[in-house]
Design a binder for this molecule. Structure first.
Ligand code: ADP
Length: 976
């Protein structure tokens, strides 16, 4: 490595050249305030000549705002402190300013300051541009709306770029104009007039700075607006000292939504970097607007939705209220129509009149069903329908339901069957009425749409966890079927598979919609499978709670029938299968055949094999040899003398009943057969002596007319309803006082003595609820309690609860029907008082005593009869006491004996019901199964009461007795 070359220190000339070379601004200033020397960079940077720079005090070149600071800094330096980073602005020849960053030292002894300045204008601008962009981004991120963002954007742009004023313009597409929406200016500048002039102006495309930016969709720069030919606001700008301006568009894609413009007090050269950056900010604001608009639209949509939801809720509420009211309004006149028709039908009228009245009644019932359907539907829609949870017996519930629809099926010649599979639990908890509604609808439809063949209800059980039972129901028919495309819509409200069927079959299209909803409420699903022309099968599932495990085992009394040989004769295969299964379940030995001829052949064979049948169950209606013909052959054949005949007949065919009587058939049952009914009939039939084979065992009881004359107060404002209620109560044997409102009811109660108050709910002056509260309050002092029964056309759920809460004891909804009213009274007042019972002749013949058999039993000997009655009346209470005692002690043996004895003495009077009741207890005693003995004993007791009363009357009233006996005798003679 060689040593460095020798260096001679620079001469003054060298240094001068060196200084002149520098791109930085080098100067020597005197403490007198003048530049003494500047290097050539000054001339190129500011555009002044060297002479111009040296001939004026340097402070003249400094920005007026920076002069104070500059003077102070110069004093500082002069006092000996050097500066390294002082910043100020120097004016260029063209009026614009440059930012300079200084470092300086003083040569005090020479009265000179040596200073170097760097032009940091561009660097500062870049910082300002970045700061502006950042600030705008922040504003946009934080502002909830453009309106709140606008002034902030103008402010942060002015502050970071050091511009004095800004304005935002929005494009008005309709008027094709730009309108100023916001302005902002630095607090220090006075631009009042320009500000006002801007706010109050509009610009068409191309005009002024905003119009230019709009048309070009690009940023624009004006060095000095006061000299711009296309700047209408130039005069006021000049007045207030505004010069440079730039504007840029707010863009969404290529569309200009608005324009931003900014003004400076200085004349300024175009800053292309700034304009570039402003383009980006313009798009950013555009996106912000777009996003906000989308959000607004979304918010608007959500609020529209919310409004729509509220409106819909309101509408639904109004609708269900309307329906409740309208249903009330409709039910009130319906009450009169149905009640009066029922009363009229019970009077002496011609056949023609009866026909008319029956038609009125049928139509009124249909109308009522419709009202109820509508009400149900609206309640479900308004989610106001809640299911009951009560304990019920499934088989009874379904079989009773089938009875309701049976007449329609029989009328059309359609077989109706109900098959509840053996595994299905019986004791359930749920809403039996709503289940019944579904089944009635499905089976009713099946019957309606089937002309030939059968309708079969089947129920099966699926095991389900937590003790619930999931039941599978199906209703299959062989009717017209439903086309595939219609199968989906029929579960919707008001829809029918074929509107032309409406006219032919009637209906509203609501039934399935309601059923589907009810099924859903029961935790199940409904579906249909169908082939046009072949039939349909509706299936649904429903969940029920099982009452208690272990309740399903067949009661032990069923064992009496073990291995009983039974012959089933029915042409319908489904029925045969069901009956076979039922009998097999009861451990009997059923054999099923499909015709009368094969029945006779089977009986013949059984004789030969010495295995005769105990019971023959015959379907009354079969092709060729029908059940009655077979029965006739059997009863005429002495070889079959021990065989009991049970006839299955169709509901509502009175001639069948007459034929059964004539043929001496043990019992008849109407189809579809109820299992419990069938069981009782079989038990009765085999318990019966041959001679007793005379009358039907199963007959629906007529409504038992009221057995005690009650003083009834009817509070009802509608005169027609007053009349209906009066007549119905009178028909039931009661005395009626009518008042027109709650207040009158209260006075009547305080003044008179009533056994029962039937109270309308809606009444003028004082309604039924208030009246009840008032009556109950008064009763507290009077120490009485009169049962009050609400009579209301309201059928909404909750009405009952409101009535009961007000202190009523019972509830009956209009239209009032005699049978229901009678039952409701019985529930309120308790069992009838036999001592005062005026029993009609028809009732006697029906339910208590078989007069024909009774007379036959004593051979017409009235004295003997009186004697028997006397003995019976004396002894039976004792036997009853023994029975009760035995039950209380749980002594099965004693029960069997006491019941057997009583059965014997009852047997003398051909009192079927009492006989059956005693026999039931005897069987229970024999089986040692006393679970339900208490209940059976109650039945026996009430039957005995009726019998005693009947017998007393028979023997006491001799004149009545005589005519009655004669009548009975004549009837018997006719039958013989
Ligand atoms: P409605 O019977 O009162 O018209 P539903 O809702 O009960 O109303 O039934 C709707 C429609 O479904 C009926 O009009 C009928 O077209 C069709 N439908 C229902 N059940 C059956 C069936 N078992 N066989 C054929 N069509 C049926």
């Amino acid at each position: 490595m060689s040593a460095p070359a020798h260096f001679n220190p620079p001469t003054e000339n060298d240094l001068r050249e060196f200084v002149d070379l520098s791109l930085n601004l080098l100067c020597i200033a005197g403490t007198d305030g003048y530049f003494k020397h500047v290097n050539p960079a000054w001339e190129t940077t500011f555009g002044y000549t060297r002479e111009e720079l040296l001939s004026r005090p340097y402070l003249e070149f400094v920005h007026p705002d920076d002069r104070k600071a500059t003077t102070a800094e110069a004093a500082n330096i002069a006092s000996g402190r050097s500066t390294i980073s002082f910043e100020n602005r120097y004016r260029c020849k063209d009026g614009s300013y440059k930012r300079l960053l200084w470092s300086a030292v003083v040569r005090a002894e020479r009265g000179l300051i040596y200073a170097v300045a760097a032009d940091v204008t561009e660097r500062k601008r870049e910082e300002a541009r970045l700061a502006a962009q950042y600030a705008v981004t922040r504003v946009l991120a934080e502002a909830p709306t453009l309106a709140s963002a606008s002034p902030r954007i103008l402010q942060v742009m002015c502050e970071s770029l050091d511009w004095s004023m800004g304005a935002i313009w929005r494009v008005d597409q309709r008027d094709k104009l730009l309108r100023c929406v916001e302005t902002w200016h630095m607090p220090s500048v006075q631009v009042k007039e320009f500000d006002w002039g801007t706010r109050s102006r509009t610009f068409p495309p191309g005009v002024g700075l905003p119009g230019r930016v709009w048309t070009q969709a690009q940023p624009a720069w004006i060095e000095d607006v006061t000299r711009d030919a296309n700047f209408p606001r130039a005069p006021i700008a000049a007045k207030e000292g505004l010069h440079a301006a730039f504007g840029f568009p707010i863009l969404i894609g290529a569309e200009v939504l608005g324009v931003l413009e900014f003004f400076s007090l200085q004349i300024q050269q175009p800053d292309h970097r700034l304009l570039e950056m402003m383009s980006a900010i313009g798009s950013q604001i555009g996106q912000f607007i777009e996003r906000k608009e989308a959000e607004d639209a979304l918010r608007m949509y959500a609020s529209d939705l919310e409004t729509a939801r509220k409106r819909a809720e309101e509408a639904t509420r109004a609708k269900s209220e309307f329906l409740a009211n309208i249903s009330h309004e409709i039910r009130t006149p319906m009450n009169a129509i149905i009640g009066m028709t029922e009363l009229a039908l019970a009077t002496r009228i011609t056949r023609e009149q009866r026909e008319y009245l029956n038609a009125i009644q049928g139509s009124a019932d249909t109308l009522l069903t419709l009202v109820n359907d509508l009400l149900d539907f609206s309640k479900i829609e308004a989610r106001k329908l809640h299911l009951d949870r009560v304990a019920f017996n499934l088989r009874d519930a379904l079989e009773d339901t089938m009875r309701v629809v049976a007449p329609r099926a029989h009328h059309k010649g359609v077989e109706l069957a109900c098959h509840i599979h053996p595994g299905v639990p019986d004791a359930l908890v749920g809403d039996p009425l709503r289940l019944r509604q579904i089944v009635v609808n499905l089976v009713g439809n099946a019957i309606k749409f089937t002309e030939h063949g059968e309708v079969v209800l089947q129920v099966q059980a699926e095991p389900h966890s937590n003790g619930d039972a999931q039941l599978r129901f199906s209703v299959a028919d062989t009717g017209i079927g439903i086309p595939l495309e219609k199968q989906v819509v029929i579960f919707e409200a008001f829809s029918q598979a074929d509107s032309s069927t409406t006219r032919r079959y009637g209906g509203t299209g609501l039934g399935l919609a309601i059923s589907a909803q009810l099924v859903e409420l029961m935790g199940g699903r409904i579906s249909v499978e169908s082939q046009p022309g072949r039939g349909s099968t509706f299936r649904f599932t429903a969940r029920f709670e099982v009452q208690k495990p272990g309740m399903e085992k067949p009661p032990a009394r069923w064992r009496t029938l073990t291995n009983l040989p039974v012959l089933i004769v029915d042409d319908n295969a489904t029925n045969r299968r069901i009956l076979e299964e039922v009998f097999t379940n009861w451990h009997m030995r059923p054999v099923a055949v499909e015709s009368g001829a094969s029945a006779l052949a089977t009986l013949e064979k059984s004789l030969l094999a010495d295995q005769s049948f105990a019971v023959v169950l015959l379907d009354g209606h079969m092709p060729d040899l029908d059940g009655f013909a077979v029965a006739e052959r059997i009863s005429q054949d002495r070889r079959y003398v021990g065989v009991k005949l049970v006839m299955l007949t169709s509901a509502g065919q009175p001639e069948d009943v007459a034929r059964c009587r004539k043929l001496g058939i043990s019992a008849y049952l109407t189809k579809p057969v109820k299992q419990s009914g069938l069981f009782d009939v079989i038990v009765n039939a085999i318990g019966q002596p041959v001679a007793e084979r005379s009358r039907a065992a199963q007959r629906r009881k007529r409504p038992r007319l009221a057995q005690r004359r009650l003083q009834v107060l009817v509070a009802e404002d509608n005169p027609v309803n007053q009349l209906v209620a009066t007549r119905i109560f009178q028909k039931l044997g009661h005395q009626v006082t009518v008042v027109g409102n709650g207040r009158e009811a209260l006075s009547a109660v305080q003044a008179g003595k009533f056994d029962l108050i039937a109270m309308d709910v809606q009444m003028p002056e004082m309604d039924g609820l208030d009246a009840t509260i008032a009556i109950r309050a008064w009763e507290k002092t009077a120490g009485t309690h009169i049962p009050i029964m609400a009579m209301t056309a309201h059928a909404m759920k909750g009405d009952r609860e409101r009535c009961l809460a007000a202190g009523m004891d019972g509830y009956i909804s209009k239209p009032i029907r005699i049978r229901e009213l009678d039952q409701a009274i019985a529930q309120l007042i308790g069992p009838p008082n036999p001592a005062k019972v005026p029993v009609s002749e028809a009732d006697q013949a029906d339910s208590v005593i078989d007069h024909a058999a009774l007379l036959a039993g004593v051979d017409g000997n009235r004295r003997l009869l009186r004697e028997l009655v006397r003995l019976f009346l004396a002894d039976s209470p004792q036997h009853l006491t023994e029975i009760k005692e035995a039950i209380r002690r749980g002594d099965a043996g004693a029960l069997r004996i006491a019941a057997h004895t009583l059965k014997g003495s009852v047997g003398n009077f051909a009192a079927k019901n009492a006989f059956t009741a005693a026999q039931r207890l005897e069987i229970m005693g024999g089986e040692g199964e006393l679970d339900t003995a208490g209940e059976a004993c109650e039945t026996l007791e009430s039957e005995l009461a009726l019998l005693s009363e009947e017998l007393t009357k028979l023997t006491m009233n001799s004149s009545m007795r005589k005519t009655k006996m004669d009548k009975v005798g004549r009837r018997k003679g006719g039958q013989g």
